[in-house]
Ligand binder design. Structure first.
Ligand SMILES: C[S@@+](CC[C@H](N)C(=O)[O-])C[C@H]1O[C@@H](n2cnc3c(N)ncnc32)[C@H](O)[C@@H]1O
Length: 331
């Protein structure tokens, strides 16, 4: 039987396990892993948009805030941290479908270029930017952030939300970001990290970590300390490095609440366990009726494992999705 595009994307993506056996410095891995991660996003983007809207990142959340409100507050905070203003040319590294880009561009007036290696997400982002009336100042570049076809010193600032965790080699990813910035310019990178509570001798921790990495296409997560070292190894001066969840989150509303039943609302239905189970069941039926492409329910089940592993990691406190490194390219 002929494979659907979704099944082909799933088959391609499953090769990531093979590629990540190569050393992080291996040229084949550096060139191939981004494409396989992009195939992961070919599989999951529609599910993410259904469950998360246009912004695909967690955020430190305050009691009474919706997920969307907390994401917006975090996005605006990054714009303020970098003191973005009109006439600044800014990069959004791994920009998804453009949710944070539109929020930050509207609030600051900066011209933002979203860099992304997924063509479908870029099309979605371009529609969003056009609808927001920002197409005169903001744009997207289809490129692997490990090797961006732009001159040295192109940008006045850059930021990234939960995207560098997909890089085949973090140090090389930061080196490329360093190259793209002007001297004296700043970067705010928010990303996935293992916390100090993670213990590699603990089998439960290792099992959860493996599921988080495998089902979110984020191989070899770094500890916070390793992350800072990788940023510094590229030449950056680190101004601040902080787990935003530990620092600004609230114990009553942890980040992983976005994936739990207690976050019940109309907009959360696709994210919480009952809604995710329903999605997997309904997509199975739609597939049999040939109303959804073959592979849809496999993808939904796959994402359920990803979400459950993240909740387990969050409950044990061994992982944070919001490790912020604020850094400068020294003068
Ligand atoms: C979890 S999503 C976050 C998206 C966006 N930053 C947001 O918060 O809404 C990760 C993003 O990184 C992008 N990405 C991953 N690896 C990439 C690479 N090597 N080059 C460019 N983009 C990449 C993915 O396509 C996806 O858009």
């Amino acid at each position: 039987m002929k494979q659907t595009e979704l099944q082909r994307a799933l088959t391609d993506y499953h090769r990531l396990g093979e590629v990540q056996k190569l050393s992080q410095a291996d040229a084949q891995r550096i060139s191939e892993q981004p494409r396989l991660v992009s195939r992961f996003y070919d599989v999951v983007t529609r599910f993410y948009e259904y469950g998360w809207g246009a912004t695909f990142h967690f955020s430190p959340r305050r009691p009474g805030e919706s997920l969307r409100e907390s994401q917006r507050r975090q996005d605006l905070g990054v714009g303020e941290l970098l003191r973005l203003k009109p006439a600044m040319h800014v990069a959004d590294i791994g920009c998804g479908v453009g949710g944070p880009l539109v929020t930050i561009a509207r609030a600051t007036g900066a011209s933002i270029t979203g860099i992304n290696f997924n063509a479908h997400q870029i099309r979605r982002g371009e529609e969003r930017v056009r609808r927001a009336g920002l197409d005169g100042s903001c744009a997207f570049l289809y490129a692997d952030y490990m090797d961006v076809p732009l001159d040295d010193g192109t940008f006045d600032a850059l930021y990234s939300f939960e995207a560098v965790c997909h890089a085949p080699n973090r140090a090389l990813a930061f080196r490329e970001q360093y190259r793209l910035l002007k001297t004296g310019a700043e970067a705010a990178i928010v990303d996935w990290c293992l916390t100090d509570a993670f213990d590699s001798a603990n089998r439960e921790h290792m099992d959860i970590r493996a599921r988080v990495e495998r089902h979110n296409a984020t191989p070899e997560l770094l500890t916070a300390g390793e992350y800072v070292e990788a940023v510094q190894s590229a030449g950056f001066e680190v101004i601040e490095a902080v787990d935003q969840q530990a620092e600004y989150g609230h114990p009553a509303t942890p980040w992983y609440m976005a994936l739990q039943g207690r976050d019940l609302s109309l907009s959360s239905l696709a994210r919480i366990p009952a809604g995710r189970a329903l999605t997997a069941g309904v997509t199975g039926v739609l597939e049999r009726l040939r109303m959804a492409p073959a592979g849809t329910s496999e993808a939904a089940r796959f994402l359920n494992v990803a979400a459950d592993a993240l909740v387990e990691a969050g409950e044990l406190g061994i992982f944070t999705p919001s490790f912020l490194v604020h850094a400068r390219k020294p003068a």
